[in-house]
Design a protein around this ligand. Structure first.
Ligand SMILES: [Zn+2]
Length: 354
């Protein structure tokens, strides 16, 4: 992180003017009072209060100049048999939080996000996993009415829509119901998100979808072999459909790590994880930009509060300006930086949600 004063000044000006969009964080799960899923990311905090734990709260969003944050909503697996009802409880919590804070505003379209720029942090509702539909398409319309604008079809497990990466060996992708959901999302104006899908599910979704598809929080598999990441072929196919990929800041999706060793607190694995920095995130951005030949298909999808770890220089959401500094230092044009920071995601929001 060797930035000149001039680079920092130019980056900070640009960051303030730009509309910064983060397409995935788990702040709702981390602050839900009765959460049955500990992300290890400062559970029990309040969204309003600045904390030194976890990654996202309102004061730190404001410090980091994040103008639009997708709040992911995740039904804890223990509640899956009653997922639709549990999702309503979680939504009841988050909608009350958003309404209670003058600095937050629920948004459902691009125009609202642009209107709030510089005034409030826009919050877009996302679901991580289609369990909340309980296998019934009619619920999608209801959730759309409640604000749903981004649906990650599945998490790591299997659900009625698709198999997640934890089921890669099944060779299965999107189910018939999953295909119906993709088509209905496009009808209603909900962004379809392929992060967490098996490879087969990714290709199935791209085939079924008529318009752009996003990957809200996935990196490049050429740089880090995790199955949560996208191969070069996938990145090119997603870009060809006009989609956007949100890079995340999670060490084990940035560099190759041995999970079993990491869990046993192996010193060597730990030092590899700790070597990931904001520059490693920029390497993934560089790779996608060079591969697709433009800066039109990359955005930000931190995954903050979804995992207990973070990388140096992006320890929490207040440090997002470091990404802009890094992009300036790497020679990106102002126009390309503004696209990566948020305009690309805004483009697909406007196209799909209105
Ligand atoms: Zn996730």
């Amino acid at each position: 992180m060797d930035w000149t004063q001039e680079q920092v000044r130019r980056a900070d000006d640009l960051h303030r003017e730009a509309l910064v969009v983060d397409f995935h964080c788990d702040a709702v799960l981390a602050t839900l009072p009765d959460s049955a899923f500990d992300t290890g990311s400062g559970q029990g905090r309040k969204l309003t209060d600045r904390s030194s734990e976890g990654h996202v709260d309102v004061p730190r969003l404001l410090e980091g100049g994040v103008d639009c944050q997708v709040f992911s909503h995740f039904v804890e697996p223990v509640y899956n048999p009653m997922a639709p009802g549990r999702m309503l409880q979680i939504l009841g919590f988050s909608l009350a939080e958003i309404e209670a804070f003058e600095h937050l505003a629920l948004v459902t379209c691009g125009a609202e996000i642009r209107r709030n720029h510089g005034e409030k942090v826009s919050v877009l509702i996302g679901f991580e996993g289609g369990e909340a539909l309980g296998g019934d398409l009619r619920r999608l319309r209801v959730f759309h009415r409640l604000g749903l604008r981004r649906l990650t079809l599945c998490w790591n497990n299997r659900n009625e829509l698709a198999d997640g990466v934890g089921w890669q060996q099944s060779g299965s992708g999107l189910t018939e119901f999953g295909s119906e959901v993709v088509r209905e999302c496009e009808q209603l104006g909900i962004l379809v998100d392929v992060s967490h899908m098996t490879d087969r599910g990714f290709w199935d979704t791209l085939e079924v979808a008529g318009g752009p598809v996003i990957a809200s929080h996935s990196n490049s598999r050429a740089l880090c072999g995790s199955m949560r990441n996208l191969t070069d072929e996938m990145i090119l196919a997603l870009a060809a459909k006009g989609g956007v990929i949100g890079v995340n800041y999670v060490p084990f999706f940035l560099v190759d790590l041995d999970f079993d060793k990491l869990r046993q607190d192996d010193v060597q694995e730990r030092s590899k994880a700790e070597a990931a920095t904001v520059e490693t995130v920029l390497d993934h951005i560089d790779h996608m930009v060079k591969l697709t030949g433009s800066a039109d298909h990359v955005g930000l999808g931190s995954d903050f509060d979804g995992v207990p770890t973070s990388v140096k220089g992006l320890e929490d959401t207040s440090e997002v300006p470091n990404l802009t500094r890094g992009l300036v230092a790497r020679g990106y044009s102002d126009g390309d930086i503004v696209k990566i920071l948020g305009e690309n995601f805004l483009r697909v929001i406007e196209q799909v949600c209105g």
